[in-house]
Design a protein around this ligand. Structure first.
Ligand code: ADP
Length: 482
C-alpha cells in the first residue's frame, strides 16, 4: 500500500513536540512492514538549514488563491529507512523564525500557510504518485481531508482515496475568521455547524473530523476523553458523532532514538542488566545544570515539557515551596508560553539549590534529563499520548504522572510498589505533591527502587504493534471507499 503522510513536523527536520516524533517513527515501521511511505513537510527555515541543497523534484506547482496564484516547489528530502521525504518549498510562508508562532502570538496567515500546504501535497501527489491513503495530522493538515471531499470531489484519480486524521492534541484546532472560506476557495455552504463552522470561526480540526474516513488519536483513554466536555475542547459532540470511526492507538517509541544502551547524546550507556552508566549520566546532568555537591541519596527530579497550561506547570510552581523541604533537586527543560517561563525562572531564583530551569528547546538536553534523572514528572491536566513518560520508562527514570490520556494507559502504580511509576487522579497541587512524596519515599528503599526501574526498562513500546493497528485502519477505510 502507498501511504502519504501530510504533516507539519517530523524528526529530525522540524519539531515542537510529540507530533514530530510520531511522524518520524511510524513511517519507518510501516516501510519495514513492506509499505511505500512518502512524508510531505514544509521546507521551513530550520529544514533548509539542515538540507540546503535538497534537489528540486517539481519546479512549480500552482496553488490557486482568489485573484492570484502562488507557486511552490517540491524538493527531495531523500530516502531514509525506506521512507521518501518531500519538502514543500514556499519561502514567503515557511522561511520564518518559527513553525507556527512568535512569542507575541500565532502567525496571522496560518490559515493560508497550512491551507496551501494541504493543497500542495494533493497536487504533488497527483504527479509523484497517487497514494492508496492520505494520513493527515492535527489541524495543520486536516484541511487536506476537507479538500479531498469538496474542491477535489470530482477528481477521477482522487475520488476513491480515503484520508485518516490523527489527533495528537484536540486543544489546538486552527480557528480562523469566516473569510478564510474565500481565501482557501472553499464553498460557503460548508460554513455550517455540522461541517467547518465553530462559533463563527472556520475550524480546521473540526473539518478534518467531519470529512476524514477515520479518526485516530494517540491513546485509548484519550479517545474516550475527547468525547466528553472536559477534554473535547468544544468538539466532543462532533467527535462522539463519529465514535464508530474513532480509535485510540497508543503512540510507539522509536528506540533507535531513545534507548540508553545506544543513545549518542548521553554521558554513558547503560541497560537494565548494567545500570552503572546511569550514575555517570546523573553526574553529567547535574553538571550541565550547574548543581554541585548533590549527594547520591538526593533524588533528582527531571521535567521536559512544553510550557503550556496543558502541562500542569502551575502545579509544580505551587508545590515548590513545600517540595524544597524534601531531599531532592529538580531540573526543568522547556519553552513556550512566556508567562510560565517567567514564573519558573522566578521560582528557581528563590530556590537555587533545589530548582534549575533551562527555558530553551534543546534536544540533546532532553536526552540527558531522561538518562540522568531518578524521577520524571508529568503533572499534565490532559495528555493525549505523552512520549516522555514512555522514554522515561526505558531510561529507568521512574515517572510520576497525572492519570489522564496516555499517562493513564502507560503508567501503573500498585499499592505494594509493584508497578512502573506513580500517578495521581485529583486535579490539584496537593494530589501532585502527595504522589511526589510517595515516589521520594520509595526512592529511599534502593532495592525496591531498582526493581521498579527495571520493570519499566523491560517494557516494550516499540512501533511494531501500533503500526499494525494503523494498517488495519487504513485497510478498513480503503475497503469502505471501493
Ligand atoms: P507534546 O507533544 O504535548 O509536547 P509529548 O510528551 O508527546 O508532548 O512529546 C514531547 C516531545 O518534545 C518529546 O520528545 C520531548 O523530549 C520534546 N520536548 C519538549 N520540550 C522540549 C524542549 N524544551 N527541548 C527539547 N525537547 C523538548
Amino acid at each position: 500500500m502507498h501511504i502519504v503522510f501530510a504533516a507539519s513536523e517530523c524528526t529530525p527536520w522540524a519539531k515542537t513536540g510529540g507530533l514530530a516524533d510520531v511522524v518520524g517513527g511510524l513511517p519507518k515501521t510501516l516501510a519495514a512492514l513492506g509499505h511505500r511511505v512518502s512524508v510531505f513537510l514544509p521546507y521551513y527555515r530550520q529544514v533548509a538549514k539542515l538540507k540546503p541543497d535538497a534537489p528540486v523534484v517539481l519546479p512549480s506547482v500552482t496553488i490557486p488563491f482568489p485573484y492570484y496564484n502562488r507557486f511552490v516547489r517540491v524538493l527531495d528530502g531523500g530516502l531514509s529507512n525506506g521512507v521518501q521525504t518531500y519538502f514543500i518549498d514556499c519561502p514567503e510562508f515557511f522561511d520564518r523564525e518559527s513553525l507556527y508562532a512568535t512569542p507575541s502570538g500565532d502567525y496571522p496567515d496560518n490559515a493560508e500557510r497550512f491551507g496551501l500546504l494541504s493543497r500542495a501535497i494533493i497536487e504533488a501527489s497527483k504527479i509523484l504518485g497517487v497514494p492508496d491513503i492520505f494520513h493527515v495530522h492535527d489541524w495543520q493538515t486536516a484541511m487536506l481531508a476537507v479538500l479531498l471531499r469538496s474542491t477535489y470531489y470530482f477528481d477521477p484519480v482522487l475520488r476513491h482515496v480515503p484520508a485518516v486524521l490523527t489527533i495528537h492534541n484536540a486543544g489546538y484546532q486552527g480557528w480562523f475568521p469566516p473569510r478564510t472560506m474565500e481565501t482557501l476557495l472553499l464553498p460557503w455552504d460548508m460554513f455550517t455547524f455540522d461541517k467547518l463552522e465553530y462559533h463563527d470561526t472556520v475550524n480546521f480540526l473540526k473539518g478534518g473530523i467531519v470529512y476524514a474516513d477515520a479518526i485516530t488519536t494517540v491513546s485509548r483513554k484519550y479517545a474516550e476523553e475527547i468525547q466528553t466536555p472536559e477534554f473535547g475542547h468544544g468538539l466532543e459532540a462532533t467527535l462522539s458523532g463519529r465514535s464508530r470511526d474513532l480509535v485510540g492507538i497508543l503512540n510507539g517509541v522509536d528506540y533507535s532514538e531513545w534507548d540508553p544502551a545506544i543513545d549518542p547524546h548521553i554521558a554513558a550507556h547503560y541497560s537494565a542488566d548494567k545500570l552503572a552508566g546511569k550514575k555517570e549520566c546523573r553526574r553529567d546532568l547535574l553538571h550541565a545544570f550547574d548543581l554541585h555537591g548533590v549527594s547520591d541519596e538526593t533524588a533528582v527530579i527531571g521535567v521536559v515539557s512544553r510550557f503550556a497550561t496543558q502541562k500542569g506547570i502551575d502545579f509544580i510552581v505551587e508545590i515548590m515551596d513545600r517540595l524544597v523541604e524534601q531531599d531532592m533537586v529538580m531540573v526543568m527543560l522547556g519553552n513556550g508560553e512566556e508567562y510560565y517561563e517567567r514564573l519558573l525562572l522566578e521560582t528557581a531564583n528563590r530556590h537555587p539549590a533545589r530548582l534549575r530551569v533551562k527555558a530553551v528547546f534543546d534536544s540533546v538536553m532532553a536526552h540527558k534529563i531522561e538518562a540522568g534523572a531518578d524521577i520524571f514528572l508529568m503533572p499534565s491536566r490532559y495528555e493525549p499520548g505523552g512520549l516522555n513518560q514512555i522514554y522515561s520508562l526505558k531510561y529507568g527514570t521512574v515517572p510520576v504522572v497525572r492519570a489522564t490520556g496516555g499517562l493513564e494507559d502507560t503508567i501503573d502504580e500498585q499499592p505494594n510498589g509493584g508497578g512502573n511509576g506513580f500517578k495521581f487522579w485529583g486535579y490539584s497541587p496537593d494530589a501532585l505533591l502527595d504522589a511526589v512524596l510517595r515516589a521520594l519515599s520509595a526512592f529511599r528503599n534502593k532495592q525496591e527502587w531498582t526493581a521498579m526501574m527495571r520493570r519499566g526498562m523491560a517494557q516494550n513500546f516499540s512501533w511494531d504493534a501500533p503500526a499494525k493497528e494503523y494498517v488495519r485502519v487504513y485497510e478498513r477505510v480503503i475497503k469502505n471507499r471501493t
